[in-house]
Ligand binder design. Structure first.
Ligand code: NDP
Length: 283
């Protein structure tokens, strides 16, 4: 599996396995299959309620801990602050049954992000997380964090797919040495992505599936991916993306699909019927 060096020198697989909206029990089963299928990066979050399932699957797999890259995320703290952030990671580690995570992300740019980041820096220095990063941070928020703190986030995990391509963010992250990791790389199956005529035609041309074209397209742009599937054949399919290359014509055609079609907008909570519920839904 191809990997990338993060800004602190540690290696991270470019293709991982996500478990959003998967129950704890199903997570254990799916992650075991994903590990069998060759995935070595697992992406969870405290708020997904399935960290324990990840932990059980890692143990059951018999794969040495150091061969698996585990990401989890700090949820919006009810009582924000330094101590609660440290406790949140301890709680996640207990559920995961691990001594450390490979990547700890601040899940959303809400709350007392500065105190939270200060605690995350200390957790990193204490060896509880091999790298720290953020998720769902727009460029201005990221710049604010970087300006005020010692450690530059290693990763920004943000929504990225053919209908929300985020060229500006890709350039911005590259300049700062931050790895962009796509959540919803397959747009969660929304916007009729799997029957899109342009993607279907490119897939036929290369003898691949639409999912493979989309994932390869992200990879060719230097964006890491964590597609989720509970189906073994799709887990395998989503990994088989390195035996073909999209050409200039393919890339130009895919570029025309960008229409800022957003699954969850972290800038525009106001006016949504239940902001808190929306935030909890898209994590
Ligand atoms: P994805 O874009 O990965 O899409 C998942 C959906 O696509 C599922 O319905 C899955 O169905 C289907 N699917 C997967 N592979 C294929 C395929 N080859 N062909 C057809 N359908 C397919 O969406 P996610 O939201 O799950 O994003 C990926 C991961 O990103 C999450 O699991 C989570 O770890 C992370 N994430 C992070 C967020 C954040 O705020 N930081 C927000 C959202 C997600 P099935 O399972 O039935 O195969």
């Amino acid at each position: 599996m191809k990997s990338v060096k993060l800004n602190n020198g540690i290696e991270m697989p470019m293709v991982g396995f996500g478990v959003f909206q998967v129950s704890d029990e199903e997570t254990e089963k799916a992650v075991l299959e994903a590990l069998k299928a060759g995935y070595r990066l697992l992406d969870t979050a405290a708020v997904y309620g399935n960290e324990a399932g990840i932990g059980r699957a890692i143990k059951a797999s018999g794969i040495p801990r150091e061969e698996i890259f585990v990401t989890t995320k700090l949820w919006i703290q009810r009582e924000n602050g330094y101590e609660n952030t440290k406790k949140a990671l301890e709680d996640s580690l207990t559920r995961l049954g691990l001594d450390y995570v490979d990547l700890y992300l601040m899940h959303q740019p809400f709350g007392d992000v500065h105190e939270q980041w200060r605690a995350m820096e200390d957790l990193y220095k204490a060896g509880k997380a091999r790298a720290i990063g953020v998720s769902n941070f727009h460029m201005d928020r990221l710049m604010d964090l970087i300006t005020c703190h010692e450690i530059v986030p290693a990763v920004n995990q943000i929504e990225t797919h053919p209908f929300y391509q985020r060229d500006a963010e890709i350039a911005f992250h590259k300049e700062l040495g931050i790895l962009q990791q796509a959540w919803a790389p397959l747009a969660e199956g929304k916007f009729e992505i799997f029957s899109n005529p342009i993607l279907t035609q490119i897939a036929q041309k290369h003898g691949k599936s639409v999912a493979q074209v989309v994932l390869r397209w992200l990879n060719q742009r230097g964006v890491a991916i964590i597609p989720k599937s509970v189906k073994v054949e799709r887990m395998l399919e989503n990994r088989e993306i390195f035996d073909f290359t999209l050409d200039e014509q393919d890339l130009a055609q895919i570029a025309t699909l960008n229409r800022d079609e957003i699954i969850f907008n972290h800038r525009d909570q106001i006016g949504r019927a239940s902001c808190r519920e929306r935030v909890c839904l898209y994590v």
